[in-house]
Design a protein around this ligand. Structure first.
Ligand SMILES: Cc1cc2nc3c(=O)[nH]c(=O)nc-3n(C[C@H](O)[C@H](O)[C@H](O)COP(=O)(O)OP(=O)(O)OC[C@H]3O[C@@H](n4cnc5c(N)ncnc54)[C@H](O)[C@@H]3O)c2cc1C
Length: 448
């Protein structure tokens, strides 16, 4: 008897960096794959929340420590002149790599289609039923159902796992506080000449694209003083002591996306609280632009060009898996036998309810491993694996690997694991991580 058309080997829930990596990897491993995303575009926070850059999780100051699908995507963006890249040998301080979000959407969608993934957009998974030894049934809005031999939960919030009874933690141990949210946006036009005259380090040149562009990120003694001054005179109420990022968009360098706001709520998975956070985020956008016009060289005449489709959510649930990654693992550069991804991005905690940020860096040239066991729920359905930022980790460890390069690498490992479980007719937790590692290496991943 032939399989019903709505039966998939692997269904990936959520089309952020984690889900994209998982879907492409599972399809390349031979599985029939559906990738289900509630927004009309892929990319997750990287596109719908306008966080359009790769934080340096993939370059440790000496070499690239993430390859595979993330490496391929980066090369495709380079070929499209849609990313400002590191100059690995020329710098000891890796910078953030801003990419063009529209080209990113085109490229990841093309990569999914080339791999044979059925991409379902504008589609929200409303409920999933898991039954022992049978495919899971995913209800999607509109009343349709999709059947899945294995499910990859890449929703960022571990929605599927939570509903299936997988135990999870929420926010910081003890307080359950989560990191604040940020509503990102695009502004322009920036006067690059005026910017260079007033803050020379904010203007750079990228050889790959041939573009002169605006780059401001992180702490800066002069700019931080302006932020302090505006907070003291009452014109700036955004609870943040520095500007996180104003980064030109490759292809339109006088336009930049901004990460500056900060909204603290108790639970971003609560739609009422989330809507209130979006209101406050929008208010902060208007306030941020007024501040930039007054204080920041080159930004005197900028207008709001585009708001993100949604406010950016940094943290909600972490599943409890077979291993829980800790801050000590991150900062000691711990290696694991079942490594499936690597990361070198610092611990980066936007402190809930405060204006400050905790940054704890690894030494240059160091990285830590993300073990396979962090993706495997300690209990729950046999055919469920979690990818992306909601894998098993403490809040502190998650604040490091949550950035998109490492999340995509985790997703790739989850997709290969899900495909392997289908291939060997076994439970997810019975897949041999050594097989996953071998397949990752064959696909160009870096695991040492
Ligand atoms: C404000 C902010 C700034 C950041 N800055 C950076 C940065 O500068 N650089 C960097 O590299 N990283 C940054 N990050 C981190 C990074 O963007 C995220 O951690 C990363 O996108 C997480 O990937 P993910 O795939 O796990 O989840 P997400 O990106 O959240 O993707 C999850 C996807 O699942 C979908 N989904 C959820 N539920 C359902 C459902 N029921 N049905 C269908 N679809 C569903 C969502 O719509 C979403 O697209 C930032 C994050 C935020 C919020």
């Amino acid at each position: 008897m032939s399989n019903p058309p709505n039966l998939y080997d692997v269904v990936v829930a959520g089309g952020g960096p984690g889900g994209i990596g998982a879907a492409i990897a599972a399809a390349r491993a031979g599985s029939r794959v559906a990738l289900i995303e509630r927004w009309p575009v892929l990319g997750g926070m990287g596109t719908v929340a306008l966080v359009n850059n790769f934080c340096p999780a993939h370059f440790d100051g000496k070499r690239f420590i993430i390859g595979g699908i993330m490496g391929e995507l980066r090369q495709r963006l380079i070929a499209r002149k849609a990313i400002y890249t590191y100059k690995p040998l020329a710098t000891t301080n890796p910078i953030i790599e801003p990419y063009n979000p529209d080209v990113f959407i085109e490229e990841v969608t093309a990569m999914c289609r080339e791999a044979g993934v059925d991409v379902m957009l504008n589609t929200t998974i409303t409920h999933v039923t898991f039954e022992r030894a049978r495919p899971a049934t995913l209800m999607i809005d509109g009343g349709l159902t999709v059947l899945a031999r294995t499910v990859v939960d890449a929703t960022g919030d571990a929605v599927i796992a939570h509903n299936a009874g997988v135990p999870s933690t929420f926010g910081t141990a003890g307080t359950h506080n989560v990191m604040p949210l940020t509503f990102c946006y695009m502004l322009g036009p920036i006067d690059l000449g005026a910017a260079q005259a007033g803050l020379p380090e904010s203007v750079r040149y990228d050889e790959g694209t041939g573009e002169t562009f605006y780059y401001f990120s992180g702490w800066h003694p002069v700019v931080d003083e302006w932020v302090k001054q505006a907070r003291e005179d009452g014109s700036l109420s955004i609870p943040r002591d520095h500007i996180s990022a104003i980064l030109s968009v490759p292809g339109k360098p006088t336009y930049a996306t901004v990460n500056f706001g900060r909204v603290t709520i108790a639970d971003p998975t609560d739609p009422v609280q989330l809507a209130m956070a979006e209101d406050e985020g929008r208010r902060q956008i208007a306030e941020g632009i007024r501040f930039f016009r007054k204080y920041i060289p080159g930004l005197a005449n900028v207008e709001l060009v585009q708001m993100a489709r949604q406010i950016g959510v940094r943290e909600t649930r972490q599943i409890i898996g077979l291993y829980t990654l800790t801050a000590d693992d991150v900062l000691s550069g711990r290696q694991f036998d079942d490594v499936v991804a690597q990361c070198c991005y610092p611990i980066d905690i936007h402190e809930p309810g405060k204006i400050t940020t905790i940054m704890k860096r690894l030494p240059r040239g160091a990285h830590y491993d993300i073990p396979w066991r962090c993706m495997i729920p300690r209990s729950g359905p046999d055919n469920l694996i979690v990818a992306g930022r909601s894998i098993s980790a403490t809040s502190e460890a998650m604040s490091s690997f949550r950035v998109s390069p490492s999340v995509m690498a985790i997703g790739e490992a989850a997709g290969i694991t899900a495909a392997r479980a289908v291939e060997c007719h076994c439970a997810i937790h019975d897949v041999n991580p050594a097989d996953v590692q071998q397949r990752l290496l064959n696909a160009g991943a870096v695991l040492t």
